[in-house]
Design a protein around this ligand. Structure first.
Ligand SMILES: Cc1cc2nc3c(=O)[nH]c(=O)nc-3n(C[C@H](O)[C@H](O)[C@H](O)COP(=O)(O)OP(=O)(O)OC[C@H]3O[C@@H](n4cnc5c(N)ncnc54)[C@H](O)[C@@H]3O)c2cc1C
Length: 368
């Protein structure tokens, strides 16, 4: 298909903004290649940010300790000189080679990019909200049932029920309870199957105090059904089976489902790449997949000796960037060091900044 005016053209599309996708952007930048990055999540950092943001990591070279959030922040800072274009909250739904050799990458949300190369850094899959398993929900999803809300206005004056027992549910309750008066719901109910919640202590304390002040109610029980208004066909209550065996109707205008995230391999399995047990096979010299111009790095790949560690993903991203630069230029490229190459330092924007700085002392030797 020929390029259309609204197509975004780029050297590389990186699928996945986890730690390895972020480092991929940096390595591509060093090779002079500009990247667009797509992630199904609305935030950067993949597993590091979602699964262990506040936990310490001890095996990053030269960084004796840092937590998941800090590592992500450092990776984002490191790739900033290369001005990646982020497309967050978008699930890559298709990847297809065009007649001219470029790749068409499209998302379920309607973004279309044309790229000369593609880097799949999809980890354990796209992180999607864990769905509420209950028959009959479908017609209400996006109308009265939401996995995330776009605008707080839709909650104003409504009976809001937040469903879940973990950190995301508790965080959502605190966020909704803190809305300005004009956007505040008429009632906020946290619903879970038991009166025990898992979240960091400071969040549990806030929840406790909101309950004490009567700003938040807690409803306990298993959802067994939906109560639908016979005339308007609107969802008006959740039917609960309480721990003492009673049936209770919990009034609801808006239900926010907050059950955490689950990784989904999703459409990646249909992209025609050689897979082994749902992981992408790669050449370990180049991290090329079975399809020329498409590379794969990080937890999504498999090869003899693969370890799902950050440091392994960073190595893979480095070799993949070299390989892609050679694939695009048709030449063998020389190895250059960031510590001594003016070209790399220019790409990093260091020389210009450094010359502007009064404190900068021009080193003797390699810099012009
Ligand atoms: C609890 C825990 C602790 C860990 N601790 C350590 C540690 O101490 N040291 C260490 O080295 N490693 C550790 N790891 C492993 C490390 O986190 C992973 O190796 C690393 O996150 C892999 O990075 P990645 O970028 O390949 O994938 P991910 O971090 O999984 O990121 C992939 C991203 O791709 C996105 N994505 C996937 N498919 C699509 C699609 N179709 N469209 C759009 N987006 C998509 C996902 O939403 C996700 O954000 C730990 C892992 C866990 C779970």
């Amino acid at each position: 298909m020929p390029a259309r005016a609204q197509d975004l053209l780029t050297d590389a599309v990186v699928i996945g903004a986890g730690p390895v996708g972020l480092f991929q952007v940096f390595q591509l930048g060093l090779q002079g290649l500009q990247a667009h990055v797509i992630d199904a999540l609305p935030a950067l950092g993949g597993q590091c940010a979602q699964l262990y943001g506040d936990k310490a990591i001890y095996d990053i070279p030269a960084l004796p300790t840092c937590n998941g959030h800090e590592l992500v922040q450092r990776l984002v800072e490191q790739c900033a000189p290369f001005a990646p274009q982020w497309h967050l909250g978008q699930l890559v739904s298709s990847l297809a080679r065009q007649a001219d050799g470029r790749f068409e990458v499209t998302t379920a949300q309607g973004t279309r990019l044309l790229a000369r190369t593609v880097f799949i850094a999809a980890g354990v899959g796209a992180f999607m909200p864990r769905p509420l398993a209950l028959a009959g929900l479908e017609p209400f999803v996006g109308q009265q049932i939401f996995y995330a809300f776009n605008t707080a206005d839709m909650l104003a004056g409504r009976q809001v029920v937040i469903h879940g027992g973990g950190e995301t549910a508790v965080a959502q309750v605190i966020e909704v309870a803190s809305l300005p008066a004009a956007q505040r719901p008429s009632s906020i109910t946290l619903h879970h199957r038991r009166d025990a919640f898992e979240a960091p202590p400071d969040m549990l304390e806030q929840l406790h105090s909101l309950r004490q002040q009567g700003q938040v109610q807690v409803a306990i029980g298993q959802v067994t059904g939906l109560d639908i208004h016979p005339d308007t066909q609107q969802l008006r209550a959740l039917t609960l089976l309480t721990p003492n065996g009673q049936t209770q109707q919990l009034p609801v205008d808006v239900l926010l489902v907050k059950l955490g995230l689950v990784p989904r391999l999703g459409p990646l399995a249909d992209w025609g790449l050689a897979l082994e047990r749902k992981q992408i096979e790669v050449n370990t010299a180049t991290f090329a997949t079975s399809s020329p111009g498409i590379y794969a790095v990080g937890d999504i790949v498999t090869y003899p000796g693969k370890r799902k560690l950050l440091v392994c993903g960073f190595h893979e991203a480095t070799l993949a960037a070299f390989a892609a630069a050679e694939y695009l230029s048709g030449q063998t490229l020389p190895l250059e060091y960031t510590s001594s190459s003016t070209r790399l330092q220019q790409r990093l924007g260091l020389l210009e900044t450094a010359y502007k700085s009064a404190a900068y002392q021009k080193p003797t030797g390699s810099l012009p």
